[in-house]
Ligand binder design. Structure first.
Ligand code: BG6
Length: 461
């Protein structure tokens, strides 16, 4: 297969996202797909020579051992352009350098991305231009809707990639095969057989000098509004007829449109907390409020937990709890599916009769199914046994998968505009309740499992 030529304009090319995640992902992609022809143009506000830029790209590629003809070709041809991306004339001139289809990747702060998109309204965009936007997409449902309207004036929806790298994670993609290519899970995948679902993403990382962004976002917006709701949508969706972008994104949209706070009460369906000083894995963390750039008056949470219902025939009555936090003692990145108990265990059995639990680990990519079977010795004494399987992590990581979709013009792994708005609609009642002080902001020492008194969620047995 010969792939079309693309010119990838990395706006914000000199930034951290680009060197830490995007360039290594591009290196991996080209290493495994040598027939790709990508011209890379780094774009930034600072002066940078082409050779200094090439050094940045080369060292990012080295972190993933990128090699081969496609990599060499990219390194030979890559250039850097100092451009004010809010200036329409400068953008027009930049786009004139395109070889093949242009893809503009906005690795920029959200406010600058919006200004750059507004400038693009005055640019004659080449046919097929692809736009890729990083999260957060807007700051609430209204601003997301306004940004969608602006983007719709630029290019058709299927040329817009709202990036959510969780959609490229191996376990998230594996959800589709697990559910829809096996008869044994799908018939049980409903309120009739599932008691509750917990989607947990606990990190040991703290603020990592990101106060400028994180202090305004907090855990709910940073992780749940985007990543974890996308995971929920794939977990809960109806079987699509194909894996193409229209079918997949329609099915996800149906789930998200039906999602709302559990019991319709955002205050009682959520908890929030922030970390105080502590030690995580031998590393000392200051209290969140003492981190550089944090405004304590904002009351930003570093741990958020919300329970939602998916109000459909399939899921009515099943609580989905989404939780994510920073500076926690243990990294837990998993979906925990707790099934209902067996209808009736025959009298005479002893031992474990706990309901089955399926755990899908988001990293490392694995699954584990715990059930009760006869143990050694007495055949009527039941023991808990766990079957494990490892998901192939794929040739390239989550960003590589997402980048492949951008370069191939396939938006299946990106967030559709209406869905981005839905994700804001879902979290807004929680944000409102928190703003009004209806939910206490608890505290937990960095390195702990969370605030004292919070009963743990998603703990399997
Ligand atoms: O574990 P990953 O793949 O780096 O994803 C988690 C990160 O995802 C990012 O989108 C968040 O902004 C970070 O705060 C978070 O740490």
């Amino acid at each position: 297969m010969t792939r079309p030529k693309t010119t990838l304009f990395l706006l914000g090319g000199g930034g951290d996202l680009s060197s830490r995640l995007l360039l290594p992902a591009l290196g991996q992609l080209l290493t495994s797909q040598q027939d790709r022809s990508v011209k890379l143009v780094g774009v930034g506000v600072h002066e940078l020579t082409d050779s200094a830029w090439r050094d940045i790209v080369t060292s990012s590629f080295a972190t993933v051992d990128a090699s081969g003809d496609a990599v060499d070709l990219l390194l030979e041809t890559t250039v850097f352009r100092r451009v004010d991306v809010t200036d329409a004339a400068a953008l027009e001139k930049l786009l004139a350098e395109s070889v093949g289809k242009p893809a503009l990747y906005f690795a920029l702060p959200p406010a600058v991305t919006v200004k750059a998109c507004a400038a693009l309204e005055h640019v004659n965009l080449p046919e097929g231009t692809v736009l890729a936007l990083e999260k957060p997409f807007g700051t609430d449902a209204d601003s997301a809707a306004a940004l969608n309207r602006l983007l719709a004036r630029l290019v058709p929806e299927n040329q817009i990639h709202r990036v959510d790298h969780f959609l490229g994670r191996s376990t998230v993609m594996n959800l589709l095969g697990l559910r829809f290519a096996n008869r044994i899970f799908e018939p049980l995948w409903s309120a009739e057989h599932i008691d509750r679902v917990d989607i947990v993403y606990d990190e040991q990382l703290g603020l990592e000098k990101r106060a400028g962004y994180y202090d305004k976002a907090g855990a709910l917006v940073d992780m749940i509004q985007s990543h974890l709701l996308q995971v929920l949508a794939l977990f809960a969706m109806e079987p699509p007829s194909t894996l193409d972008a229209v079918d997949l994104r329609d099915a996800k949209g149906i789930v998200l449109r039906a999602t709302r706070p559990w019991g319709g009460d955002a205050a009682s369906a959520s908890r929030r907390a922030r970390y105080t000083a502590g030690t995580v894995d031998g590393r000392e963390y200051p209290a969140y409020v003492d981190e550089e750039g944090v405004d304590p008056a904002r009351n930003t949470e570093t741990l958020a937990e919300v329970t939602v219902e998916v109000d459909t025939w399939r899921w009515s009555g099943v609580p989905f709890t989404l939780r994510s936090g920073k500076a926690l003692g243990e990294r837990r990145r998993e979906i925990v599916v707790r099934f209902k108990p067996a209808n009736r265990v025959p009298a005479g059995f002893t031992g474990s009769t706990d309901p089955a639990v399926l755990r899908l680990f988001l990293a490392p990519d694995q699954m584990a199914l715990s059930i009760n079977i006869n143990g050694a010795g007495d055949p009527y004494e039941l023991e808990r046994t766990t079957f494990q399987a490892v998901f192939d992590p794929g040739k390239f990581g989550a960003y590589g998968e997402v980048l492949e979709g951008i370069l191939d013009d396939d938006p299946a792994l990106s967030v559709r505009g209406d869905t981005a708005e839905q994700c804001w609609r879902i979290v807004e009642p929680f944000l409102d309740a928190w703003r009004k002080g209806a939910v206490a902001l608890d505290e937990y020492p960095a390195g702990s499992a969370g605030p004292a008194g919070w009963e743990p969620i998603g703990v399997a047995n």
